[in-house]
Design a protein around this ligand. Structure first.
Ligand code: DC
Length: 220
């Protein structure tokens, strides 16, 4: 290597946190702002769940789950049905399965190491990005908010989509998903020791983005 060779460092931003904390909106905006690629890893679990539902497979059929996980590609993430409550619920049921998590591991690590279109970095949002998928990520954010605030946001989003919903039911559902995500044996939802905590309970999306952007810029 000559003296003046510049080695390009691929930046990885891990955005973890519980359901409906605003990780997706933040992750997308951070990626656009820094010209990085973006991967919604919850979308991968949802895509496997959707494929299983469409195939009429039982949600504990590990063989089919792993086979479907190996077929998942970026185009799966464009399916609007991924956001359906039923699909989110099925994703939450299958995601504790260690064989499924193992089947999706390389896909996520490859995306982080070699982001599409030669992007100089990647933002991955999920539950275990900073702890398991990319423990060496240069930036780790753990985005959270109270159960009430997250239920309220989810409620507004579902109403906007024209779904008939009840706030109390959504709140119970958010709490149940938190428990499932945090208490599972395989890659439970937990903040990495070196993650920056961002509590967005009292922030709107603009304030949350400004705070996240400052953290990312300071780490680069
Ligand atoms: O973030 P989301 O609601 O789209 O995620 C769907 C499900 O996938 C959720 O129950 C948690 C799970 N998930 C996971 O186990 N690990 C990830 N990295 C991302 C999502």
């Amino acid at each position: 290597m000559t003296k003046n060779t510049v080695v390009a460092v691929n930046i990885v931003v891990a955005v973890d946190g519980p359901v409906a904390a605003g990780k997706g909106t933040l992750g997308r905006r951070l990626a656009a702002d820094f010209n990085f690629a973006y991967l919604d890893t919850g979308g991968l679990y949802r895509a496997v769940a959707l494929r299983m539902l469409r195939a009429g497979a039982a949600l504990d059929d590990v063989e089919t789950m792993v086979a479907q996980a190996k077929q998942v590609s970026l185009s799966d993430l464009d399916d609007p049905s991924l956001r359906d409550e039923e699909v989110g619920e099925a994703a939450s049921v299958i995601s504790p399965q260690p064989a499924l998590r193992a089947a999706l591991l390389d896909y996520q690590r490859n995306f982080a190491a070699r982001p599409p279109k030669g992007a100089a970095g990647a933002v991955l949002d999920g539950r275990d990005i900073g702890t398991v998928i990319c423990p060496d990520a240069q930036v780790k954010l753990f985005v959270t908010a109270s159960v009430e605030a997250r239920a309220e946001r989810r409620y507004t989003e579902l109403l906007r989509r024209g779904e008939a919903v009840d706030l109390g039911t959504i709140q119970a559902d958010v709490a149940a998903r938190d428990a499932r995500d945090s208490e599972r044996a395989a890659s439970p939802l937990t903040a990495a020791d070196d993650a920056h905590l961002l509590d967005t309970t009292k922030m709107d999306i603009e304030a949350a983005f400004q705070a996240a952007q400052k953290i990312v810029a300071a780490c680069m």
